[in-house]
Every structure is written in structure tokens, then in C-alpha cells.
Design a protein around this ligand. Structure first.
Ligand code: RIB
Ligand code: CA
Length: 363
């Protein structure tokens, strides 16, 4: 008797590397290895309207089956949201030109942001529920089994926790792309990573909720924090884009290549070289391969007040203040070939969509 597919919820802020995570999870869903039960969109580098539109478009391009896509938080929960269009492009899709379905009409978004209107039969549209509702509904429907992956700010998850304080006991495994650990430098301030930096109050609320639940009930698994100390090793190159398009020349792979071209330019502009650190698909893969993750137990909280340290993920591995280490910090991946082999696996999954009848027809 084969295991039923693992139920998976993605909370993302697409976002270029988020798009790779979406495509990868759709491929895993269509291969029957997971059940992608929904996608929550949160405001991130770009605004909520764009993260929702991008998620709908990337799901269409990947040939995803119908599944709930819900708009979550429109910004950070306690401070004005700081958008960073320079990172993922003015609409969050780099140089990719996406079509977003609104039912009868489609808004074609160019990188200039100037919407054109064309008619299409695309009917994928956002579910009317709020993203926080989808978090709670999915956790209740798959109690104790749901693998929840966060690849953007924790703003919507914080709202879900406010709506359902018992959420940590309902979620089977929470895997977060966020923070930076083991003394590894931040990408937003010297000590902070962007997803946490933009909404540290939300990230700390997540830490505390899961810590309280884990201290009360040991069966509640602490979050797996996947920080820059590990995710910056997931490096996508122009050669990898070329190999992906050569392996599967579809509208999806060409759009991903165009999105990544912008990301290469961004990384080059900040001194990382003409390449892209693809944090989100890497973390999605880790979430689906828990046995391949090396991690250390720690208590994790987020600094919200420090003039120089706001947004810092503080790891306590010695149980100071008498609280048990309830979280896990990802430190390495056990797969032979390391992160590069993980990206090979992700590329193979995305390329497989070409043969799955995805709408991503020949490019
Ligand atoms: O710091 C990296 C994170 O910020 C990734 O999730 C990327 O998509 C951006 O949201
Ligand atoms: Ca992201």
C-alpha cells in the first residue's frame, strides 16, 4: 500500500525564486509525490496584487490543476512594508512577461508594469478566502500531516496564528526560508535576511507560537529554519537556465529563464556575480526531503528592537532562560553533490512538466 501523497501548503511572495518553487511543487504534485493543497500569497518584494497575479500565472504556465490560491497579508503586521522592486523586478517577475487570468480577460504585464488587455480563456482566479483562512482550513483538513512551506515574509502566517492559536499543533511540519544563522552575514542588514527583516514582528510571533506549543506538547515539531547560511549555496547559473530550456523548451521554462535573467543582474549588482541564489525552490526541496537535511536544535527568536540588530534571528543552542530548544536550524544537505545536485533534481522535475500536458507549450 503506497503512502498517500504528502499534503503541502506554500506561502510565498513571488518573486523569481518563488516561481521556481511553485513550478517544482506543481511537478511534484503532478508526479503524485505530494498534494499541493493550496498557495497563499503574501506581500513581499512586490505588492500583494502582483504576488497573487504572479502565482496564478506561474501555476497556469506549469499546468497546475485547479487549487486554491489566496491573497494573504498586504504588508508587514506592525510597521510600514518596505517593497524592494529592484530585487525581483517592478512586478516581481523579472524580465518575464506573464499573462494573468481574470476569467474573461487577461492582463498582460510587461516589465514596465504597463498592463495591456487581451482576451483569453484562462479561468484561474484567486479563491475568495483570505490567506490566513486557507492556512487554518488546510491545517485542520490535514491535521498533523500538513507540510507548510514559507518562502516569503511570515505576515500571513502571523495572522493565521491570531485566528487559530492552536495552529502549531495542527501543522505537521513548518519549513521556513528565513533568517541567517551560525554567524553567516545577512543580505539585508549585516545580521538580517530579507523575509525576516521586512516583518520581524511576524517572524518572532511564529517563533514564539511554535516554542510555546512545543514546550507544552513535545509532539509539536519546532519549525525548520532554512537560513542564508545554507540557502546561499543554492546557486543558479545562466548555463543552468540554458540547460533547462534545452531539456524542455516551453513557455514555462522560457519565462523562468527571463525571470532569472533579471535576478542574475540583481545579484551581479550587489557583488555576488552574474548568478542567482535560489533560496525558495531549494527550501521547498528540503521540505520534501527531511531525511536529507542536517540540522541542529536551537531556540530561535527574532530581535525586533535593536537599532543595529532588528530582524536578526537569534539562535540559542544552550537553553538560556530555561526554554528548551524547540526549533531546528538547517546546516547542510546530505545529498551527494550537495545543493547543486538538489538543483539538478528541481530542474528535472520542472522539465518533466513539458511532458505532463502542461499549458507551457513549446516556447
Ligand atoms: O532573502 C531571500 C528571500 O527573499 C527569498 O525568499 C526571496 O524570494 C526573497 O523573498
Ligand atoms: Ca520569496
Amino acid at each position: 500500500m503506497s503512502r498517500p501523497p504528502t499534503p503541502v501548503l506554500l506561502d510565498c511572495d513571488p518573486g523569481i525564486d518563488d516561481a521556481l518553487a511553485i513550478a517544482y511543487l506543481v511537478a511534484e504534485h503532478l508526479a503524485g509525490r505530494i498534494e499541493l493543497v493550496g498557495v497563499v500569497c503574501t506581500a513581499g518584494n512586490v505588492g500583494l496584487d502582483d504576488t497573487v497575479a504572479n502565482a496564478l500565472a506561474w501555476l497556469d504556465l506549469a499546468g497546475a490543476p485547479p487549487l486554491p490560491v489566496c491573497a494573504g497579508a498586504a504588508g508587514a503586521i506592525a510597521v510600514p512594508h518596505v517593497f524592494t522592486p529592484e530585487t525581483h523586478g517592478p512586478r516581481g517577475a523579472g524580465y518575464a512577461v506573464l499573462e494573468v487570468g481574470t476569467g474573461a480577460e487577461t492582463a498582460t504585464k510587461a516589465t514596465t508594469g504597463a498592463p495591456g488587455m487581451t482576451t483569453t480563456t484562462t479561468t484561474r482566479r484567486a479563491d475568495p478566502r483570505d490567506g490566513a483562512e486557507l492556512w487554518v482550513d488546510a491545517a485542520r483538513a490535514h491535521s498533523g500531516e500538513l507540510v507548510a512551506i514559507v518562502t516569503g515574509p511570515s505576515s500571513t502566517l502571523a495572522s493565521a496564528l491570531a485566528a487559530e492559536p492552536a495552529l502549531p499543533g495542527l501543522v505537521g511540519d513548518l519549513v521556513v526560508m528565513g533568517g541567517t544563522f551560525r554567524g553567516h552575514p545577512g543580505n539585508t542588514t549585516p545580521v538580517s535576511e530579507w523575509n525576516v527583516d521586512v516583518d520581524p514582528e511576524a517572524a518572532d510571533a511564529v517563533c514564539l507560537a511554535w516554542e510555546d506549543a512545543n514546550n507544552a506538547h513535545a509532539r509539536v515539531r519546532g519549525p525548520l529554519w532554512c537560513g542564508l547560511n545554507l540557502t546561499e549555496r543554492a546557486v543558479w547559473t545562466p548555463e543552468r537556465s540554458a540547460r533547462l530550456v534545452a531539456a524542455a523548451d516551453t513557455s514555462l521554462t522560457r519565462a523562468l529563464a527571463e525571470a532569472l535573467r533579471f535576478y542574475f543582474e540583481f545579484h551581479e549588482s550587489v557583488g555576488e556575480g552574474y548568478l542567482a541564489q535560489v533560496h525558495d525552490p531549494f527550501v521547498a526541496w528540503l521540505a520534501l526531503h527531511p531525511d536529507a537535511v542536517e540540522s541542529v536544535p536551537a531556540r530561535v527568536r527574532v530581535e525586533c528592537r535593536g537599532e543595529h540588530t532588528r530582524g536578526m534571528t537569534v539562535e540559542d543552542r544552550r537553553g538560556h532562560r530555561g526554554r528548551a530548544p524547540s526549533a531546528r536550524i538547517a546546516t547542510d544537505v546530505r545529498t551527494p553533490g550537495g545543493p547543486s545536485a538538489v538543483l539538478d533534481d528541481i530542474c528535472a522535475a520542472i522539465a518533466s512538466l513539458a511532458g505532463s500536458g502542461s499549458t507551457g507549450g513549446p516556447g
